[in-house]
Design a protein around this ligand. Structure first.
Ligand code: ADP
Ligand code: MG
Length: 226
């Protein structure tokens, strides 16, 4: 079991980030250009539909990268309000309901108390929960379970999202939160970077434990408000 505390310094290398963004966007652009050229060359081309599909997928890929970065670049002084965790988490669970069923995943939620409040921008916190739970789903291609526990610990609200998925190696754990680090065929490797950033802006922390082959848990702490 590995225990890793996310560190701010991963976000420091701005130049590297810009180079990464350029690279990740140029790849799909190159293939969009190539397939568009094929399509313009020969109208009787047999594979037209396939080319259109690739072009649309690649456009979607660029779009998802741009969207994640827009989230990051929004003012960090977003309006913070006192909000209860439970309805935020319940909403995310209902958004993911179909995906959970389809993947044969049981989602359990346990709230120590329905009135656990944090100071947050509700939509951004939703985004964070969504990213973590989606990753958990994607780590369980053959089904499994996700256990969410929300409780008060000293001055903090503690939110644990535990899955029974494929887990991560020590090397993978070290790379978490680096932009574009992904092990997925159609991942963009931005979800955790964005999520860590949002949690940091709320003066929260994230701890990760993972066992390859057994599962992973993300432990988020946020300052509690009364
Ligand atoms: P993406 O989901 O697009 O790959 P993320 O930033 O959300 O990007 O996650 C980065 C990587 O971290 C994933 O590709 C995966 O390797 C790893 N990861 C994140 N969450 C989990 C999890 N719950 N179980 C196993 N691996 C995970
Ligand atoms: Mg993800």
């Amino acid at each position: 079991t590995e225990d890793v505390l996310h560190r701010q310094d991963k976000l420091a290398a701005v130049g590297q980030l810009a180079a990464g963004v350029a690279h990740e966007i140029r790849n799909p652009l190159t293939s969009i250009k190539g397939y568009a050229e094929f399509l313009s060359m020969d109208e009787r081309e047999m594979d037209r539909q396939e080319y259109f599909d690739i072009i649309l997928d690649e456009i979607e890929r660029v779009n998802s990268i741009v969207e994640e970065f827009m989230l990051l670049s929004k003012p960090t002084v977003s309006v913070l309000e006192k909000k209860p965790i439970r309805p935020i988490m319940d909403n995310v669970a209902s958004i993911l309901d179909y995906q959970l069923r389809k993947n044969k995943i049981q989602l359990h939620r346990s709230y120590e108390n329905p009135n656990l409040f944090v100071e947050c921008d509700e939509n951004k916190l939703k985004q964070v929960f969504l990213n973590f739970i989606k990753n958990a789903v994607e780590a369980m291609p053959n089904g499994g379970s996700i256990d969410i526990t929300v409780k008060k610990e000293n001055e903090n609200i503690s939110i644990i999202i535990k899955d029974s998925g494929i887990g991560m190696s020590k090397e993978q754990l070290k790379k978490l939160g680096e932009p574009f680090f992904t092990t997925k065929k159609d991942g963009n490797g931005l979800g955790l970077m964005v999520s860590f950033k949002i949690i940091e802006n709320l003066n929260g922390k994230v701890y990760i434990e993972s066992d390859p082959g057994k599962g992973t848990s993300f432990h988020i702490t946020l300052p509690a408000v009364d």
